[in-house]
Design a binder for this molecule. Sequence first.
Ligand SMILES: [Ca+2]
Length: 499
Amino acid sequence: MRQPVLLLAMQAAWSCLCRATQHYPAAWGHYDVCKSQVYTDEGLTWDYMACQPEAGDMTKYLRVTLDPPNITCGDPPETYCALENPYMCNNECDANTVELAHPPELMFDFEGRNPTTFWQSTSWRKYPKPLLVNITMSWNKTIELTDDIVITFESGRPEQMVLEKSLDYGRTWQPYQFYATDCLDAFTMDPKTVQDLTQHTLLDIICTEDYSRGYVWKYDKTVRFEIKDRFALFAGPQLHNMASLYGQLDTTKNLRDFFTITDLRIRLLRPATGATMVDENNLSRYFYAISDIKVQGRMHTQLSLTCDGRPWTRASLLLCKDCECFGHSNRCSYIELLNTVICVSCKHNTRGQHCQLCKLGYYRNATAELDDKNVCLECKCDPFGSESDRCNGTGFCKCKEGATGPKCTECQPGYLWNNGCKSRVCDELLRCQNGGVCHNNLRCQCPAAFTGLLCEKPRCEGEAAGCGDPDSGQAALRLPPTPLLLLPLLLAPAWAAPL
Ligand SMILES: [Ca+2]
């Protein structure tokens, strides 16, 4: 019977990555096979499984919310000025006319259309009160970012903005990056760029002026959060050495978490003004407009269900029929990437997708049904006599050299128990030499001038006569290895047989 030691990659896709040594596709973003070590009665083997969904466009799956909620232009209708020409102020925004509306979903629609489609805020009518907008993107799932986050503005790029992330579905937020025309003035931070980062400072949060300078302009509309430049610190400039990156991600939780999100938030703090002075007579020049947001990554779904008879939702009903845990659990998780339902928190020393296997260190009670509380019995392998606390399907432990018995509590002939089975060194047949005295059959206590297992070697101190000289008289006292010393080894095959 195969007994997987490691349960399939539950949340562990990152940790799978580094083990995918047999399958190294050339392109980034195509890890779809990985392997996991499994322990079977035949020994340790590898199991292959799909462990990585492909990277893709994550904006298809998000929910966007704006704060304040009425910050989108067009309700009531208003006119605003073209950015290229602030004196052309006859552009209209009207939420009730499809052609003139600029709702948030236009930040995520298919691009490539001309003219572009975009979301637009109301203009800065309440100047000098700040024009603040939070754009929150929620996935309700864990996303691993695989590429730069790119925000394309239709208006001028904001003079101040913060990109933030959440890893706990929006309960807490951390900044990803600050953006300003003047970092010191806006955030009291020294301006930096991603090129200033090193492997050691990769997780530093910086303020950059790279994406805020300049006004409007056709070819300079994007604001980035540079994921790939950060990857490159481990994987090399062309991302050739992804194994190195994965190795880091696998072992460093902070690093892994850095690239993982459940939510993103763009905090727009000050629109582009293009000048030192804001033109108070022409405030409809100032607003935010975003035509596109790119978020590339991988999604990891783990839906946890409790299937214990409480009122079920339609979704849980559908899944709970597959939540078969033989009475050892009433909780299941749905793993989207494996499209499977697995039991969680198996009790009664069970494990496995359906709690159908025994925990390590336990074995199947042959007289009990699968749903019996006593289905798994403890191996109780002797800690000194056994290789490990695990046993085979009939409760037999794997014994260390010299030990025997189902739990490895006894010694084979030629061995004596002393915190495990120790080879018998001396007895009536195998005597200590040169006046040595046999102690508990485990060692010879030698007179001062002799040493060795059976006190067969003269002890050499300083320049004592004859030491190290094979022709000297004392050398004759050295004994050849006695064949009896091999006795324990000859008795070995009884325990060496596989279980
Ligand atoms: Ca668009």
